[in-house]
Every structure is written in C-alpha cells, then in structure tokens.
Design a protein around this ligand. Structure first.
Ligand SMILES: *[C@@H]1O[C@H](CO)[C@@H](O)[C@H](O)[C@H]1NC(C)=O
Ligand SMILES: *[C@@H]1O[C@H](CO)[C@@H](O)[C@H](O)[C@H]1NC(C)=O
Ligand SMILES: *[C@@H]1O[C@H](CO)[C@@H](O)[C@H](O)[C@H]1NC(C)=O
Length: 281
C-alpha cells in the first residue's frame, strides 16, 4: 500500500544548548551531560567551608584524582582531562568542557574537616549522551484502514511520545527499539501528528499532517478489477451459449434426417419445415 500523502512536514528543533548542570551534593546523584558540551557539577554548597576536598574519577578501587583543594587553593591534577576542567571554589562547582563518551562513569568526592579527618564521601554517576536529532516520520496504510506510523531519530536513549492535534496518543501496540518507535492508529484518524523525542539532555519533535487511509472495498481500483472480471465472464458465457446452440442445430438436423429416413426436412430459422416426403407405411 502507498503511504498517505504528506501535505505538511514541520520539524521543530528544540535546542537546549550544550550546557547542562547538575546538583551532585547528594550521595548517589545521577548527572547527564551532552556529548561535546559542557557540564557543571555542583559538588558542595561552598567549598571554602571545608579544609580540604578531593574529587576522583572512578569508585573505590581504581580511581584517579582529578581535583585537590586545600584551604582556599585548588589544583587540577595531571590527568587526561586536566585541560578541560575548572573549579569554582565559591559555589563548589566543577566545570567539565568538551565532554567525551569516556567521561561517563562513576566519580567520588571526599571532604575533610579542619583536623584533616575525612568528613564525607559522596559518589556521583555521570552519563554523557549524544543529543537527539534528525527526527523522521513515515507512515504506511495497513489493511482495514489502520495506519502504521514510525518515528526515528539519532541520539542516545531516546524516549518517544505522540500527539494527534495536541491529544496524547497512547497506542498500546507501540513497539520500540532505540532508534525507531512505531504506533498503529485506528482507521479514519486525521490531523496533525507530532512525534516528540527526548533524552535527559535534549528534545526534538516532528509533525506531519495525516489523512485517513482508504478502507478496503471503496477503492476505485478494486471496482475496475471487478468490472474486468464481469466483462470477461459475460464474453465467455456468451461464446459458450453460441457454441452450444450451433452444435444443437447440427444434431437436430442430422437426427431428423436419420429418423425420418425418406422424409426431407429442412430447418428455417429454428423451425423444422417438411419439404417433401415419401411415406412408406
Ligand atoms: C571551557 O569552556 C568555557 C566556556 O565554554 C571557556 O571559557 C573555557 O576557557 C574552556 N576551558 C576550560 C579549561 O574551562
Ligand atoms: C558557580 O559559579 C560560576 C561562576 O560564577 C557560574 O558560572 C556557575 O553557574 C555557578 N554555579 C552554581 C551552581 O551556582
Ligand atoms: C577518551 O576518548 C578520547 C576520544 O574520544 C581519547 O582520545 C582518550 O584517550 C580517551 N581517554 C581514556 C582515558 O580512555
């Protein structure tokens, strides 16, 4: 079946920029950053309150120190990410520039009191995601007039949602892998269909005006086919009848001659006419 005519395609990209910030002051915080963007991680409310602070990539075990702060001095340690990190001591915020996928992972911070004793350990999980982009919409008519619509995008962990003229579509038959999401619309539906895709750091949407799918049986094409079959049948039937009639006449004429022996019959427009006779009994 052919896809329904696309009358209008609008793609509305919603840009949230490539900067994200995260409050990581609680233990076990989950933070998200856009791939290639900048992420702000607030580690403590005010770092000057602490005598010392350490920030590590990795959890207990294999961990690499990134930041060390002592009194009101801080240093970024010699790590592969050192040229991408900055620390704002007044609000305890660490900025990581030009994020990469391998910045994802666990981080750990330790704070120390004036006596140099460990006063707190807090872990955080950082996820670097590619923003969702390039949403695409395609539709296909199914039998029974239903419509299958698929929305696809690039980006990490996309979540899909659908509206038709602003009304949320909750199609229970929605199927989804990560790149494509498909819903089946009931027959006869039309309007402005919007697919919205979002992940933790970005969102994008695409809209398309859809018109109802043709229902089976109303198609002009089907009528044509039916008419063709009818004409063919008529022709066949007609030829058959004509043929039958012909052979019948031949038989009758020969039978008349056979039975009557000496009588001479003729057929004139279907009526047997006695032309001559030589009766024997
Ligand atoms: C990070 O990005 C900011 C603004 O995007 C820029 O001012 C700064 O120089 C960059 N580098 C570092 C190491 O923070
Ligand atoms: C901390 O301070 C820096 C520089 O003034 C600012 O860019 C950042 O947004 C601040 N962060 C928070 C969480 O207040
Ligand atoms: C992280 O990935 C970048 C490329 O995106 C690479 O250059 C760098 O060496 C990697 N760092 C680590 C620690 O694996």
């Amino acid at each position: 079946m052919e896809a329904v005519l696309e009358l209008l395609v609008i793609s509305a990209g919603v840009s949230h920029g490539l900067e994200t910030s995260c409050d990581a002051r609680e233990d076990g915080s989950q933070c998200y950053g856009a791939l290639g963007g900048t992420v702000y991680l607030q580690l403590v409310t005010d770092a000057t309150r602490y005598d010392a602070l350490s920030f590590w990539k990795g959890s207990t075990g294999a961990k690499t120190e990134i930041l060390k702060m002592k009194k009101d001095k801080w240093v970024i340690k010699d790590t592969p990410i050192e040229d991408r990190v900055h620390f704002f001591i007044n609000n305890g915020t660490l900025r990581l520039n030009n994020t990469r996928r391998n910045d994802s992972g666990e981080y750990l911070q330790e704070t120390f009191n004036s006596a140099g004793r460990l006063s707190g350990i807090r872990g955080l999980q950082l996820f670097i995601e590619a923003p969702v982009s390039s949403p695409q919409l395609s539709s296909e008519c199914l039998s029974h007039g239903e419509m299958k619509v698929s929305c696809s995008s690039e980006g990490d962990g996309p979540q899909y949602s659908w509206t038709l003229d602003g009304q949320t579509q909750r199609d229970t038959r929605a199927s989804s892998d990560n790149e494509t999401n498909t819903i089946t619309l009931k027959k006869g539906l039309s309007g402005n269909l919007t697919c919205t895709i979002r992940n933790y750091i970005s969102s994008d949407s695409i809209s398309k005006r859809i018109s109802p799918c043709p229902e089976p049986g109303v198609s002009v094409f089907v009528y044509f086919q039916l008419a063709e079959v009818f004409i063919l049948l008529t022709v066949c039937l007609g030829s058959y009848c004509f043929y039958k009639k012909e052979t019948y006449h031949h038989k009758e004429v020969s039978r008349v001659y056979a039975v009557s022996g000496g009588s001479w019959w003729d057929t004139d427009e279907g009526v047997n006419v006695l032309r001559g006779a030589m009766e024997t009994n």
